[in-house]
Design a binder for this molecule. Sequence first.
Ligand code: FE2
Ligand code: FE2
Length: 282
Amino acid sequence: MSDATAGTLAPHQAVSITPRNIRFMEHLPVAATWLGGDVVGTAVFNALSLTFPDGERMFMDAVRHYKAKLSGALLEEANAFIAQEAIHTREHVALNKMLDPNHYPLERIRAHIREQTAIAERMGPMTMLGATISLEHFTAMLGDSVLGDAKMLAGAPEDVRRLWQWHAMEETEHKAVAFDVFAVVTKDWPRWRRYMTRVHAMALVSLQFTAHLTYYASLLLAADGMSRSRATFKVLWFLFGKPAFFRRGLRGYWDWYKPGFHPWDHDNQAMLDTWRQVFAAA
Ligand SMILES: [Fe+2]
Ligand SMILES: [Fe+2]
């Protein structure tokens, strides 16, 4: 956490951010329904993985754009954030190769994802940063779900499970970086404007991210022979019913709308430290 945010945010404990350059996907292919035979869960995680290469590229570009305005600890954190996201992108590109492009409509899904990032890019770096801080809040919540409940990835092959756990851990580690960059680059704005910007970004991103992830996962399931309506229902059930991949993070989600919110208000550092030890020897 940088001192640069002092005055705009309550002080928070420093969290070191370590890019871990690990290659997970060396034992391809894995089973088509790799999540213990759960077709719906597999499709949701695959759909999420498909969003990462372009999504995380936008996160990196958004933070990189403002690097000239950063200094000290926050600049170092921004560099570590970019390094982590670059490695995440590489590993998800590798993971996504296990999806058969002749079976799944991958180009259709990727084109839609690219369209979404292109819209944010056309609107400029502040829109990109607003989308980034909102989506980083989502990745932190989903990371909390993955790390906090071993059942989420039970049944996945070891390489794939470790990839998701490693990603979840690093998302937790850097969950406040883009947020702190946003706080620094908007420090001269009136508080209400800063608040409205991040609330507006989150409201939009929440609807779009949920709708688009559901759309992508249902396209994957439809390619496997499920009807689109049944697929949509099943995906929404996975997100909000059982195992409630999204719903279990809802309390943390609403915290975003508190005026003084900071990502480390949800202090899950003890859990993070446990996972850091798991990957320390990797
Ligand atoms: Fe990431
Ligand atoms: Fe991230």
